[in-house]
Design a protein around this ligand. Sequence first.
Ligand SMILES: Nc1ncnc2c1ncn2[C@@H]1O[C@H](COP(=O)(O)OP(=O)(O)O)[C@@H](O)[C@H]1O
Ligand SMILES: [Mg+2]
Length: 254
Amino acid sequence: MSDTKIKITNLKKAFGRKVVLDGVDLDIRKGESLVVIGGSGTGKSVLIKCIQGILVPDAGSIKIDGNEVVGVTEEQKEAMHSKMGMLFQGGALFDSLSVWENVAFGLIENQKMPKKEAKLAAVNVLRQVGLAPDVADLSPSELSGGMQKRVGLARAIATKPEIIFFDEPTTGLDPIMSDVINDLIIESVKGLGATALTITHDMASARKIADRIAMLYKGKIIWQGTVKEMDKTDNPYVCQFIHGSSKGPIKVEV
Ligand SMILES: Nc1ncnc2c1ncn2[C@@H]1O[C@H](COP(=O)(O)OP(=O)(O)O)[C@@H](O)[C@H]1O
Ligand SMILES: [Mg+2]
């Protein structure tokens, strides 16, 4: 039990009549890198937002370090957020802030670190993700997509979070840049000893960064296991997804 960092039980979330999560059960162990795979619109981002308390689930339980987080007060949520880092799907950097200010955002706003110290810390983290100190004063809009991802990653790890969420970390990147980002994710997560939850439909990325993979389909986790187990499974949903085939039990809704 003490081995579990995040425990999700019977999690449900609908928007109007549209049921998105329909009883998700998932345990994420301390220090593990779990990747949730699933098609577009299957509710992967909704799952992360429920764990972060950005969306309120209709039913079910989410425990972090054994403590229920569904239905907690705003104050308790803030304390919870200080343990978390997040790399957003589109990078989601603030264009009105410089690169270093983006990276140092959590240090200044949440940890109340003095600006000078925060800038030094930000430059250090930027170096960890392979960016030179002179990038610190640029605007995010001056950077390439790959560099923006690095800055997003730097921001996610700057506060040394216990839990890091990666939402489609390689979307929009070419295969080589994707691999560079995957390597940086592995390094950063291991370096912090953090627990990582990644959601993606990029199987190359999933294979690389996952200790364990879980597949979300029709609102439920229908399969989970290691990459090795995934390659041996005869689960028709998993097989169809990992081979990217139009033929199989998964019907694409248009
Ligand atoms: N705030 C919201 N209001 C209404 N519908 C939403 C909201 N957020 C997500 N959805 C719907 O939930 C479904 C799953 O979305 P999402 O979790 O973003 O999918 P993905 O697996 O691609 O990340 C989609 O059909 C989406 O339209
Ligand atoms: Mg998504």
